[in-house]
Design a protein around this ligand. Sequence first.
Ligand code: ATP
Ligand code: PRP
Ligand code: MG
Length: 376
Amino acid sequence: MSLIQTFSQQCLYSSYPTPGPYVPVKLRVSCYSPASPAERSEMRFGLPSKGRMAADTLDLLKACQLSVRQVNPRQYVAEIPELPNLEVWFQRPKDVVKKLVSGDLDLGIVGLDTVSEYGQGNEDLIIVHNALEYGECRLSLAIPKYGIFESINSMRELAQMPQWTASKPLRVATGFTYLGPKFLKESGLKHATFSTADGALEAAPAMGIADAIVDLVSSGTTLRENNLKEIEGGVLLESQAVLVASRRSLTQRTGVLDTVHEILERLEAHLRAVGQYLVTANMRGSSAEEVAERILSQELLSGLQGPTVSPIFCKRDGEVAVDYYGIDICVPKKSLYKSIQQLRTIGGSGVLTCPLTYIFDEETTRWRELLLKLGL
Ligand SMILES: Nc1ncnc2c1ncn2[C@@H]1O[C@H](COP(=O)(O)OP(=O)(O)OP(=O)(O)O)[C@@H](O)[C@H]1O
Ligand SMILES: O=P(O)(O)OC[C@H]1O[C@H](OP(=O)(O)OP(=O)(O)O)[C@H](O)[C@@H]1O
Ligand SMILES: [Mg+2]
């Protein structure tokens, strides 16, 4: 097959599978019988089976004490022992989205770019957590730095180039055959055609196959190495890993909403805690308020809501007395050493630090937003 398929050919491939039974080809466990969305009672969680998202997704779940138990890496079904009645299915990222739409999965983790491309605005897809803090990239239009594009630096300038006509449109290579055309249409670039390829899109302009590309950019190295540039107004989407669920499953399938609540709480509590340290120390003082005042006079020691200051009771001359206070503060890892220095200057001693696993807040904003979206 040639590097680039034409857009019309690609359209044939991108139609959704019809909803219904899904029989995994490589499944070696016989206890999983195929069931239609309406028949099955277990919840299904789709995770990326390959690519850069796969390992990071498993790592994130593990950090939330939701380790995925997979008997062997070629087996596409697994479980999370902490979450009963839930099956994990490993699928290509785009298939996670397609199967959420068809009702063969209930929840999934993939990049927002994949949800937007393959979900195509489908209202059944609900982003439950929009920032899992990995897989960060952007979907961007890029053009060559050289030739007729040398002085073109914005989408407006690109759209106004006299070169693009009905008979000689701008040729765009992209794997994003839904988002790409939609974006160019909205940008006022009337004359554009699209072709698609599975990878190495950045080569298309130099090979003379395309004038521009729409592809994912992270560090920008691939574009730079291929003499391409992004332009003002050319970012279609900022993406990172997200937790996505099917509205139908959330509202109709027993247990899905509760499970999503638990997963969401663990994700939020973990992501809040990442990079945070708990610092405990002792401080001599005349009262808890006086100690708190000293701590709050330091820029880095205000903690999440403020320091916890607790009296340390000791026995002096047969009486209970308080000379020292124990303090607990949360500080970001990047300012840990500076915080300890500040603590010492105001009399802190016996300083202990430990990384935090979870910070559970009151009910999370995302949960409230989800209930609102579901009309609950
Ligand atoms: N360079 C990148 N840096 C960070 N995240 C990226 C990058 N490229 C892609 N991603 C994110 O990772 C997701 C998976 O990309 P990946 O390239 O691993 O899989 P794929 O493109 O679906 O598979 P393949 O490239 O093997 O066809 C993308 O949908 C996107 O959200
Ligand atoms: O801005 P950068 O950090 O250079 O990353 C961007 C590249 O990463 C992705 O490709 P990937 O590595 O997934 O290869 P692929 O084209 O085979 O999907 C994307 O399609 C870009 O080519
Ligand atoms: Mg890729």
